[in-house]
Design a protein around this ligand. Structure first.
Ligand SMILES: C[S@@+](CC[C@H](N)C(=O)[O-])C[C@H]1O[C@@H](n2cnc3c(N)ncnc32)[C@H](O)[C@@H]1O
Length: 278
């Protein structure tokens, strides 16, 4: 049954205020598609009944969080787009290894890590191609708004379909164990990544300065002010010589002038301008 316009407005405002998700008028079908299954599994007679119950609660409860989670798009895959990982392998990690040979620390953040494939792709890349990092302090952090996605990432169990997407077969053999419901990434790789729930529009908890930040395929869901806010926050948390990757359809251009875009092969890598180093 179609969602009432009053309830659609409520969901729209709630998703915008709590997760910066933009649902323009006309997206009623999307709300119905994403939230109707939740209404059924949560025991409501209809989507409208579920939204009414949400509206009756004064504070955000479990059902609100589940609804926000259901409204997010978690699409991801191992080595998504491939070329950013090639650039890391051929250019950026070798450069960081030279630059950071004294501190021997490497900090990498996969913001909006979804179910973990992006962060695990980096751990496998490091294990595979940079054995010299063995005695380094390498910290990979994966964060996402969705508690469900973070739990999946921590477990590291992927279906046959998911491992068929982007993961080279030798890596599947080397870094995964076959389990009942798919393939589980080995403990040693899991231990390299720390997954946490984090909402990008709430205050950021980081102390670390990241050498590489991946903020891919998430800014597209936000309006201009939120994109600007997030890019500004990344500038505060990235190492002055660090590297930022965005999704292939995302850019800093005309949003936040504090970045310098450099094309390396087929990939745009964003850095702080040199004068920020002084
Ligand atoms: C399309 S996935 C991108 C995953 C991965 N970065 C990639 O490129 O393959 C977008 C992710 O952004 C997360 N997300 C959406 N809004 C968010 C917010 N306000 N804070 C943190 N994560 C958010 C979603 O939960 C989802 O997992």
């Amino acid at each position: 049954m179609p969602i009432s316009s009053e309830n659609f407005d409520y969901v729209r405002t709630m998703a915008r205020d709590n997760a910066a998700i933009v649902l323009d008028p006309g997206k009623e079908y999307l709300v119905e598609l994403r939230l109707e299954p939740l209404a059924v599994t949560s025991g409501f007679d209809s989507l409208d009944a579920m939204v009414k119950s949400m509206r009756d609660q004064r504070t955000l409860g479990d059902i609100h969080l589940k609804a926000i989670e259901a409204l997010t798009t978690n699409e991801t895959s191992f080595f998504r787009d491939l070329h950013p990982f090639d650039v890391m392998k051929k250019t950026l990690i070798p450069e960081l290894i030279v630059r950071k040979s004294t501190s021997k620390t490497l900090n990498i953040w996969s913001g909006a890590s979804s179910t973990g494939q992006e962060a695990y792709s980096i751990s496998m890349l490091l294990l595979e191609s940079f054995p010299e990092l063995k005695d380094w302090k390498v910290k990979i952090i994966g964060t996402d708004l969705s508690n469900k996605a973070v739990q999946t990432a921590k477990e590291g169990i992927y279906s046959q379909f998911e491992v068929n997407r982007g993961l080279p077969l030798p890596m599947l053999a080397r870094y995964f164990d076959k389990v009942d419901d798919g393939w589980q990434i080995k403990e040693a790789v899991r231990q390299m990544v720390d997954f946490r729930v984090m909402n990008l529009i709430k205050p950021w908890p980081f102390m670390a300065r990241f050498d590489i930040v991946l903020m891919r395929n998430v800014l597209i869901y936000f309006d201009m002010d939120i994109k600007r806010q997030i890019l500004g926050e990344i500038r505060k948390t990235i190492d002055p010589r660090g590297f930022l990757f965005l999704g292939s359809s995302e850019t800093t251009l005309n949003i936040d002038g504090g970045w310098q875009a450099n094309r390396i092969d087929r990939t745009m890598v964003y850095q702080l301008p040199n004068d920020e180093l002084n």
